[in-house]
Design a protein around this ligand. Structure first.
Ligand code: G6P
Length: 612
């Protein structure tokens, strides 16, 4: 998704802006650009279709430097990826704007500006903002006030950064519906779509609230609320260290993040397990009164996070006996929903900024839910700030577009939530099931490590997929969502068409697709459904399908003609979805590497989808 970086400093900011853009590359983009006020106070702009490196090339050919600037990576929404549509957009003589989000009423604004004599050079919705700032500035000499007046005319979601050569020391930024943070330096201020873009210059951040706008200079930062009142927002210290945005010894961020799972699973459990039970206060003191009232759960999420919620539905109903529904946010937010009394509304999100999930939360807050809970990986994110309760995953920043460690840590958090709910529903102590699961959770990091040790075998298996165009993933029960997640990983990064089915549905349609060209991947932990799964797999073999099975040794599934089997470490059946995800991540990764695709930034996809 689009990324913004801005800087107001007393040194040349060209390198800071470029480095910021590179650190935002993970979000997904198709063109990039920057604008700054040069040493003579003139606005300079360099833009290019493609990677940030193309902008660097242009700068090498036509160097420029300055102490105030804005930069952008664009993920096309209005108008194709091209240099002409790349940001910053300008309005003569010297206004430049970068924008993340969608201005919904841009056609109306464009018509008004065109009739006032403004000429448009791009197909974007953003260009209206540049011209509006210019237009309003004719009457309003204060740039902050001029931008505020423009904001009142905009409908939709945006994060914006604006500079104007008539105000050579000011950078104005604003957010409404799309994320934006301010980076606090020493004698310099920055803004960016997320803190990662600025870690090379600061570790102190101010998270703007919805509707906030701010005027940054090298020496000051004045924030205003949507109503234009000066406000103070807290400065938050970045806790994750610098090294997180580096690949280290790994070839790709995705592989690094897959390998970090033992560590981040442990981090997500840390401080949340007692000797024999989940600590009751994991959701904070407010939850102590709230949780006993919960009679239903509604989970809402997008993409990989949605799959985590699907697994949780099995857990919450089985272990806590609480009815649980799950829906994708983009559907949920536009549906007439019936809210049962005492329903807890739970959102799941790695970024905490996904537009549909946030919109679903905002709708839910008006719909009569008992309370809202965000399970999220980013502490200061919009989702966390706007929810009543939060349960943070401690995956650390995830850079690869295809989510890996965020997913497995979400599963851990969801299992902790399940057990916290179980304590209320089944207060008898001691609870043998909980004791067993707490012990199993403690062994999770070790089991993840043992599973990752199978990487070499999985890499070999991946060779068989590189020439395929389709693949089918099968699972049953709580492993059906894991099959979905495996299929999603494969299609996201290797572009192989992959589908997932609950294995019991095979004969209701997908079996028609099975032949030697359709590899079938199955996850087969030792659970109550494994014998049924085995029968389903026989149906595949009988049709000449090639099977690749990740199985528990106790299932007694062994390799044979047409069926390759990789045994995973024995794992408690409730925790198996977490462990069985790992080989599917590795399989997708190795297939993508063999195919030579862009693993960390797959085509057309964005890490943080901050527009609808
Ligand atoms: C995008 C990402 C996915 C992610 C989904 C939801 O599509 O590419 O990896 O699962 O958004 O994101 P969230 O941050 O809300 O979990």
């Amino acid at each position: 998704m689009c990324g913004i970086v801005g800087a107001a400093a007393q040194r040349n900011v060209t390198g800071i802006l470029l480095e910021g853009l590179k650190r935002l590359e993970y979000r997904g983009y198709d063109s990039a650009g920057l604008a700054l006020l040069d040493e003579t106070g003139q606005l300079q702009r360099r833009r290019a279709q493609g990677k940030v490196a193309e902008v660097e090339n242009k700068l090498a050919q036509q160097p420029t430097k300055g102490q105030l600037g804005i930069a952008h990576t664009r993920w096309a929404t209005h108008g194709q990826p091209s240099e002409q549509n790349a940001h910053p957009h300008v309005s003569a003589p010297g206004v430049a704007v970068v924008h993340n989000g969608i201005i919904e009423n841009y056609l109306e604004l464009k018509a008004q500006l065109q009739s006032a004599g403004y000429a448009f050079t791009s197909e974007t919705d953003t260009e209206v903002v540049a011209h509006l700032v210019h237009q309003v500035s004719q009457q309003q000499a204060n740039l902050t006030q001029a931008v505020h007046q423009v904001l009142t005319q905009l409908e939709g979601a945006y994060a914006l950064a604006v500079i104007d050569q008539a105000h050579p020391d000011q950078l104005i930024c604003a957010r409404q519906g799309s994320p934006l943070v301010i980076g606090v330096g020493i004698g310099e201020y920055f803004c960016a779509s997320d803190p990662l873009a600025l870690l090379q210059v600061t570790d102190r951040f101010i998270y703007l609230e919805e509707g906030d706008f701010a005027c940054l200079t090298s020496e000051s930062c004045q924030i205003y609320s949507a109503q234009g009142e000066p406000v103070e927002r807290p400065i938050v210290q970045w806790e994750h260290g610098q090294q997180v945005a580096e690949k280290g010894v790994f070839k790709h961020f995705m592989l690094k993040e897959i390998y970090e799972q033992p560590e981040v699973l442990a981090a997500t459990l840390e401080g949340r397990l007692g000797a024999e039970q989940v600590l009751p206060q994991i959701l904070g003191s407010q939850a102590t009164q709230l949780l006993p009232q919960v009679q239903q759960i509604q989970l809402v999420a997008c993409g990989t996070s949605y799959h985590a919620g699907m697994v949780a539905r099995y857990w919450i109903e089985k272990l806590a006996g609480v009815p649980c529904a799950i829906e994708v946010a983009s559907e949920y937010r536009y549906r007439e929903v019936v809210v049962m009394p005492n329903t807890l509304f739970v959102t799941l999100s790695q970024s905490g900024e996904t537009a549909d999930t946030l919109a679903a939360l905002r709708f839910a807050k008006t719909a009569g839910y008992l309370a809202s809970l965000a399970i999220c990986n980013v502490p200061g994110s919009s989702l966390v700030r706007e929810s009543d309760l939060s349960l943070l995953t401690h995956a650390g920043p995830e850079i690869g577009v295809a989510s890996t460690k965020a997913f497995t840590t979400q599963l851990v958090a969801l299992l902790l939530l399940t057990l916290a709910l179980r304590q209320i529903q089944q207060p008898a102590q001691p609870d043998a099931v909980e004791q067993e699961l707490v012990a199993a959770l403690r062994s999770l990091p070790r089991l993840a490590q043992e599973t990752l040790a199978l990487d070499g075998q999985i890499e070999q298996l991946a060779q068989a997929f590189a020439e395929k165009h389709h693949a089918l993933f099968l699972g049953r029960g709580s492993h059906y969502p894991i099959a979905l997640e495996g299929a999603l990983k494969l299609k996201e990064i290797s572009y192989i068409h992959a589908e997932a089915y609950p294995a019991g549905e095979l004969k209701h349609g997908p079996l028609a697709l099975v032949d030697k060209d359709m590899p079938v991947i199955a996850v087969a932990p030792k659970d109550d459904l494994v014998d049924k799964l085995k029968s389903n797999l026989q149906e595949v073999r009988a049709r000449g399908g090639e099977l690749y099975v990740f199985a528990d040794p106790l299932t007694s599934m062994t390799p044979e003609e047409g069926m390759q089997v990789i045994h995973l470490p024995a794992v408690h059946e409730v925790l198996a979805p977490i462990i069985y995800t790992l080989p599917l991540q590795l399989l997708a990764y190795h297939v993508a590497v063999i195919k030579g695709t862009d693993v960390d930034q797959p085509r057309n996809l964005a890490k943080s989808v901050t527009v609808e």
